[in-house]
Design a protein around this ligand. Structure first.
Ligand SMILES: [Zn+2]
Ligand SMILES: [Zn+2]
Length: 310
């Protein structure tokens, strides 16, 4: 499979000349299978160039699956400008959910663990549809074209913990639910011909959050070839940002080391981090893996348009 980064910035888009090397667009990953099937993860405004490019290559008809990790704005905001959604010859399968129900369940002390262990944590596709409808609510003046005015055929699917997406043959995609973010999260594992890519979504691995969740995550990403993870903060910044839902490279690399991951790509870069700052973080992260963890895993930071064969 081929992985392409179309958006690597966290929180909000940052079109700034000092950030051009890494890019200012918000989260969107593209995974293309060996057979040429396309999957997108998240609709940050990185989905805008992704959609235009796919239209250039594939033309007026095609099929794409669009998976959502969660419904925060920086992961939805590109959808109203997604080129393929305006083509009646395109079939778009949207996967995700969420969390109104799950958040309620989380408030009950015993509930989450039970449900996750049974492998039956379910999301609600209707929540995703509602979020996208609201984003394009013409009555409230949020956007001039409603969701229903998009010409492509949109199919909404709910995902479930550990249950592979149904429409795949060679490519196996498995959602993994975690609560290491202010809004609960769907991470995704892509596996093709024995090679695995794992995307955590937004995640805070340390601080006051639960050790059990980290352990579950380590099991889910055991021996993956490539891990893509949120490493938004430096360890110094994290001191004052605990509970905000994002990780440091130290937190991610420690988990990745435990899971025996081969390659780690850090993304969801802080909107205040210039190219120079990110270059510095990349050096520190590589050094942390090599010298502190004594690990041979490869570590890099995601850049817009960067791709990897997995
Ligand atoms: Zn985010
Ligand atoms: Zn988020």
């Amino acid at each position: 499979m081929r992985l392409i980064f179309h958006g690597v910035r966290g929180s909000y888009p940052q079109p700034d000349a000092r950030m051009i090397q890494y890019g200012g667009r918000t989260t969107c990953l593209q995974i293309t299978s060996a057979e040429g099937k396309h999957y997108l993860v998240d609709a940050g405004n990185g989905i805008i160039p992704a959609g235009k490019k796919m239209y250039e290559i594939e033309g007026k008809t095609g099929k794409v699956s669009l998976l959502f990790t969660h419904l925060h704005r920086d992961h939805l905001e590109g959808f109203p400008f997604f080129r393929l959604a305006y083509e009646k010859g395109w079939y778009i399968h949207l996967y995700g959910g969420h969390t109104a129900l799950l958040e309620e369940l989380d408030k009950l002390p015993q509930a989450t663990g039970k449900i996750i262990q049974k492998g039956k944590t379910r999301s609600n596709a209707e929540d995703l549809r509602q979020a996208l409808r609201t984003l394009q609510d013409t009555n409230r003046g949020f956007f001039p074209i409603p969701l229903a005015g998009m010409q492509a055929r949109l199919y909404f699917h709910a995902v479930a913990e550990g249950i592979p997406l149904e429409n795949e043959e060679e490519m196996h995609i498995t959602p993994h639910y975690h609560t290491l973010h202010p809004q609960n999260m769907w991470a995704y594992a892509f596996e093709e011909h024995g090679r695995k890519l794992f995307f955590t979504g937004d995640i805070e691995t340390t601080g006051s959050l639960k050790k059990r969740e980290n352990n579950r995550l380590v099991r889910a990403m055991m021996h993956v070839h490539t891990l893509v993870a949120d490493g938004q903060y430096t360890p110094e910044e994290y001191e004052t940002r605990q509970g905000w839902g994002h990780s440091t490279y130290e937190g991610i690399l420690t988990l990745a080391d435990r899971a025996g991951v081969q390659n780690v790509i850090l993304t969801h870069h802080d909107p205040d981090h210039t190219d120079a700052v990110l270059d510095g973080i990349e050096i520190r992260a590589k050094r942390y893996a090599r010298e502190t963890l004594k690990s041979r895993m490869n570590v890099s930071l995601a850049r817009e348009t960067m791709y990897r064969e997995i």
